[in-house]
Design a binder for this molecule. Structure first.
Ligand SMILES: O=C(O)CCC(=O)C(=O)O
Length: 240
């Protein structure tokens, strides 16, 4: 399924677009199984289970994987899937080049991620996020949440996040009028999102439901790096 002109228009206006069933439920199930096995094999480079100040967070036992495409053939193929690359090419009118891959496990009770802009982490433009639900994803499990239109606000300031809620320690300073939209997604649904849209998630408050997601970031083939303005990059927040 390729992106339509209407998808590209929605992406430009709202900062995100959801592609329902871009992957099939069976493919999502295979990915769940694959990544649970991969995680069970042991530590991987770049594992991150969240800030250490909340030792009871089960994310410490299921740390986020990063850049699996560098050592895992299946991840490399999924990240390079033509359905994903084709969709992004239409959205940004350029070829999509993989920047990073990640797998969030978000087990029951796991913390969310403070609302942020991806360019507060990765200073390349254009940059597009691809977030694929591997489990049913709703508010109870801490689904992906976006603030539509915020990609038009430019780079926002960063501040320390509340790490009792967020497994990362930095978040965007939210303008007062911002409205958050939880994205209810089924396994295989994908949201493509602009690098300046404010987004993140809340904790998984369910007793027994996981919220696994395959997440990749892509840059345009003609993308360029930029210097973050003071106070707008995650590295600009002082840490004790
Ligand atoms: O999955 C989440 O909880 C948030 C993901 C996110 O913020 C990102 O991929 O940039």
């Amino acid at each position: 399924m390729a992106a339509s002109k209407e998808d590209a228009r929605a992406y430009a206006e709202h900062g995100y677009v959801v592609a329902r069933e871009l992957f099939s439920p069976d493919e999502a199930a295979a990915m769940r199984e694959h990544y649970m096995s991969l995680r069970a094999e042991g530590p991987r480079p770049g594992d991150f289970g969240g800030t250490a100040d909340q030792p009871e967070d089960p994310t410490h036992s299921y740390p986020r994987l990063i850049n699996m495409h560098a050592y895992d053939v299946a991840s490399k193929e999924w990240a390079a899937d033509p359905r994903i690359l084709g969709y992004i090419a239409t959205l940004i009118d350029d070829s999509a080049v993989l920047q990073q891959s990640m797998l969030y496990f978000k087990p029951p009770g796991g913390r969310g991620q403070g609302l942020h802009q991806d360019q507060q982490y990765i200073t390349i433009d254009p940059l597009v996020g691809m977030w694929m639900a591997l489990d049913p994803s709703d508010e109870e499990v801490g689904c992906m949440t976006v603030a539509p239109g915020t990609h038009r606000l430019g780079m926002l300031a960063v501040q320390a996040a509340d790490t009792s809620e967020s497994f990362t320690d930095v978040e965007a300073v939210m303008p007062p009028s911002v409205v958050e939209t939880p994205l209810l997604m089924a396994p295989g649904d994908v949201v493509f999102f602009h690098a300046k849209i404010v987004h993140g998630s809340y904790a998984n408050r369910s007793a027994d439901r996981w919220r696994r997601s395959f997440i990749c970031h892509y840059v345009g083939a003609h993308a360029t790096s930029f210097d973050a303005d003071p106070g707008t990059h995650v590295s600009h927040v002082g840490r004790d």
